[in-house]
Every structure is written in structure tokens, then in C-alpha cells.
Design a protein around this ligand. Structure first.
Ligand code: 6PG
Length: 255
């Protein structure tokens, strides 16, 4: 495990969501000490939804200068923004609307458009807003039970064109296109937080953290910040099969 990686193990999914929310507050607060704006990329899924609800509620909502945060996405499904599958819709409902985040601080991937066109368009948005080498201050990721992260699924990693910033990725498992940030954009982030909760993830997490490096098999293994920090937030059920649990537990005591 590289030196810029920390693992924190939480008792259950509600503590995991709280830890994810508090990590958000801490990282954004420290970012805003030296930057006017914090640029955050969010993930879809159930863990982020629980985190968002905590951030949008008291007392946490009062701990962030929300007018100094801009929101981007790590990936999106190829559906319209009001579709039940949309990561944007989930985030709008659980975070943007309750906090009154202005539309000009939210940059969504246009899942309703042709996938390749939507990927190219979002890459242009990143360059316009963040420069030619976009660097998120904070990027959230999840891990699926198959070890996928963002929308990079098993068997698709080697096909990702990492010379691009954003790609459309065909996911055979779901017979669908997804739009996703590419590995180098993920790894250029200053802070990457991966949340992983639930027993369904225990086998994959064991393979990811204890097994050989094979991001085609376990795409979340691609996450290795270039000069940023990686924070794993894991709950006990997901950590149940970790061989290096003792090490993880020790790290968790150091936070
Ligand atoms: C998505 C997410 C995806 C998610 C994992 C874990 O679009 O579905 O970006 O990569 O992070 O599937 O999701 P949970 O947190 O719901 O387990």
C-alpha cells in the first residue's frame, strides 16, 4: 500500500456515510484555506446518497461555505437527467436542491446525449473550468461488488483511452454505455475518497487490497493518486475478509 493511502474501517454503513460526510467537510475546509473555490467530483450509488443527506442536514450543512464549492461527476449513466438511474438526479435531489446549490456551480455529464459526444463535451467542460490537466480537490468513488469504480468495469480497463479526460465506456455486463472520467484524471485529484460498504463487497475488497495488482479484474486498483492522498472508508461487513485487516485497523486508529 503506498504511503499516501489511509484506510479507515467504520462499524456499519451509517457510520460509513457519516465518515464520508465528515471527510468532505474536512477536506473542503482545508482546501478553502488556500483556494477560493473547491472543485469536487461526486460518485453515484447508495453510499453517496446517504452521505449527501447528512451534508444537506444540520448540523453539517452549516460547516461548509457551499457558495465556494463546485460540483462535477466521476461518471454518469446514459440516461436523461430526470431518469431514476441518473447520478445527477440522485445528487440533485439529495444535495443540490436541499442546499440551494446554484446551477452555475453544477457541471453534469449529459447522459441524454450520444455517449461519445457527451464524453467529448464533458472533457471540454473540464478543460474550460479546470484547465488542460484537470485536478479535482476532492473526488469521491465507490466500489461495486465486482470491483468496478466510476464506470470502469472488470474487463474494460485496458480498453480505456487514458489519453482522454472522459470516455464513453461500453459495459457488456449491463449492455449499456457509461460516461466516465479516465484513470489519470482520477489519479490527478488531490484527495480521492473511496467508500465501500456492505458484505456483498467483502470478496472483491479482499481481492483488491490483498491480491495481485490487476485493474482489468478489479478496476478500483487503478486508483493511485499521483501526488494526492487516497482515503479508503470501509465498513466492517465489507472489511470482513481483509487479510491485512490488522494493518488497516492500525491505520484506522490513526484516522
Ligand atoms: C455508479 C457509481 C458506481 C458506484 C459503485 C458503488 O454510477 O453506479 O459511480 O461506480 O460508485 O457501483 O455503488 P454503491 O456505493 O451504491 O455500492
Amino acid at each position: 500500500m503506498s504511503v499516501n493511502t489511509a484506510i479507515e474501517i467504520l462499524p456499519d454503513e451509517s457510520h460509513l456515510a457519516e465518515a464520508a460526510a465528515d471527510r468532505f467537510i474536512g477536506i473542503v475546509e482545508s482546501t478553502l484555506r488556500y483556494r477560493q473555490i473547491a472543485d469536487v467530483a461526486l460518485a453515484g450509488g447508495s453510499t453517496p446518497k446517504a452521505m449527501n443527506a447528512l451534508l444537506a442536514a444540520s448540523p453539517r450543512r452549516g460547516h461548509v461555505a457551499w457558495d465556494r464549492v463546485r460540483f462535477f461527476f466521476g461518471d454518469e449513466r446514459t440516461v436523461p437527467p430526470e431518469d431514476g438511474e441518473s447520478n445527477y438526479r440522485m445528487t440533485r435531489e439529495s444535495l443540490f436542491d436541499p442546499l440551494g446549490i446554484p446551477a452555475d456551480h453544477v457541471f453534469r455529464m449529459h447522459g441524454e446525449d450520444d455517449p461519445q459526444a457527451a464524453a467529448a463535451a464533458y472533457a471540454e467542460v473540464l478543460v474550460r473550468e479546470l484547465g488542460s490537466r484537470p485536478r479535482f480537490d476532492l473526488l469521491y468513488l465507490g466500489m461495486g461488488p465486482d470491483g468496478h469504480t466510476a464506470s470502469i468495469f472488470p474487463g474494460t480497463y485496458s480498453g480505456i483511452d487514458d489519453t482522454k479526460l472522459v470516455v464513453a465506456n461500453w459495459v457488456e455486463q449491463f449492455k449499456t454505455w457509461r460516461i466516465t472520467l479516465t484513470p489519470h484524471v482520477i489519479n490527478d485529484a488531490t484527495h480521492v475518497v473511496i467508500t465501500t460498504g456492505g458484505s456483498a463487497k467483502a470478496d472483491a475488497l479482499h481481492g483488491v487490497l490483498d491480491g495481485p495488482h490487476d485493474p482489468n479484474k478489479y478496476p478500483v486498483q487503478l486508483v493511485a493518486p499521483t501526488d494526492g492522498e487516497l482515503h479508503w472508508l470501509i465498513d466492517e461487513p465489507a472489511a470482513a475478509k481483509l487479510a491485512r485487516r490488522a494493518g488497516a485497523a492500525a491505520r484506522s486508529s490513526s484516522g
